[in-house]
Design a protein around this ligand. Structure first.
Ligand SMILES: [Zn+2]
Length: 327
């Protein structure tokens, strides 16, 4: 399939979403269409065709293997109805800054905050493609402490401690910011920093760091390494905190996001998955929203009246999309 189209392969609006996924069976059918667009294929023997069992699973007609469409997916072994799952996905995907476990729990009447948290955690776990491209061009790299208690908050709610985090950010001319990557580091040694750089940045890129010795040796790993000395910046009368402006901008946005969307209650063991979510949202920021305009937009002259959200069932439009595709 070419790139998925809104309104055909996925809903474009809340109204479409509600009309498409009215029942748990609709959601299950959609998952089956996504996974097996040409009909069931046995994951064990590759045979095409099987029978639906009374519990909703499918049994392979050749080898008798029983499986469900959700096996091996984020929806596997969950007692949460698929309509709740789909609505959680919708909220997660459409809220610009994401959603906290507490908000999700309240909105969907989920029994415990733990369940809501586990759902969001599963969603985060599928955000990072293992084969994603590394950063390239000109990249600033630095390390900073993230997470833990909010500063000045005595007897704080969050237990965790601050964790050293590597940050790499593409710099575009003249002062733009491209994509970023963030990963927890064991420490600030070259044994930690070098693998961070090589796993996140294409060889041949220009890598800008401060003068910290942990970054020594990057030139030998195939990078054009430029070091910016804090001491030299001070001597010039520049602000040493502005030595690597792109990484500092991204680090402060990430810290602010953890404090706002998640109220800072992120424990160390799960910090990486939150950073993955932040990175995912940050790297898609231009896709998601329009860049701010200098001229304030004027309100449209004609008024558009929205269609009612009370709509007839959409009759599983994805199945028609599959027919288009196969024919
Ligand atoms: Zn089989």
């Amino acid at each position: 399939m070419a790139s998925p189209r809104g309104g055909v392969h996925y809903p474009r609006s809340l109204g479409e979403f509600q009309a498409w996924f009215r029942t748990d069976a609709d959601c299950l059918d959609y998952l089956e269409w996504v996974r097996w667009p040409r009909g069931f294929v046995c994951p064990r023997c590759g045979h095409s065709g099987g029978w639906r069992l009374s519990d909703g699973r499918i049994m392979c007609a050749a080898c008798g293997h029983r499986t469900s469409v959700t096996a091996g997916t984020i929806f596997d072994r969950t007692r949460t109805p698929l309509t709740v799952w789909f609505t959680a996905c919708w909220s997660f995907a459409t809220a610009k800054d994401g959603i906290s476990a507490l908000s999700l729990q309240k909105a969907l009447e989920i029994g415990s905050q733990q369940t809501a948290w586990a759902m969001l955690h599963r969603l985060r776990s599928v955000l990072v493609r293992p084969d994603r491209d590394r950063l390239s061009g000109t990249v600033e790299v630095d390390e900073t402490y993230i997470g833990g208690d909010e500063p000045g908050l005595r007897g704080g709610r969050a237990k965790g401690k601050k964790v050293l985090t590597g940050i790499a950010v593409e710099v575009t001319e003249p002062k733009g910011i491209g994509r970023c990557r963030m990963a927890l580091l064991a420490d600030g040694s070259s044994a930690s920093l070098h693998p961070f750089v090589t796993s996140q940045i294409e060889p041949g890129a220009k890598v800008i760091t401060d003068a910290w010795m942990g970054y020594h040796g990057l030139a030998g790993l195939g990078y054009a390494h430029q070091r910016r000395s804090q001491r030299a910046a001070r001597a010039r009368g520049d602000d040493p905190g502005e030595l690597l402006p792109a990484v500092h901008r991204v680090a402060s946005l990430a810290k602010r996001w953890l404090l706002s969307t998640h109220q800072g209650s992120v424990d160390e063991a799960h910090l990486q998955s939150y950073l993955d979510e932040f990175t995912f949202r940050f790297n898609r920021r231009r896709v998601a929203g329009k860049r701010p305009r200098k001229i304030p937009p004027t309100p449209p002259v004609t008024r558009g009246h929205p269609p009612s959200l009370e709509r007839p069932p959409a009759e599983r439009p994805w199945r028609a999309a599959y027919l288009d595709y196969s024919g």
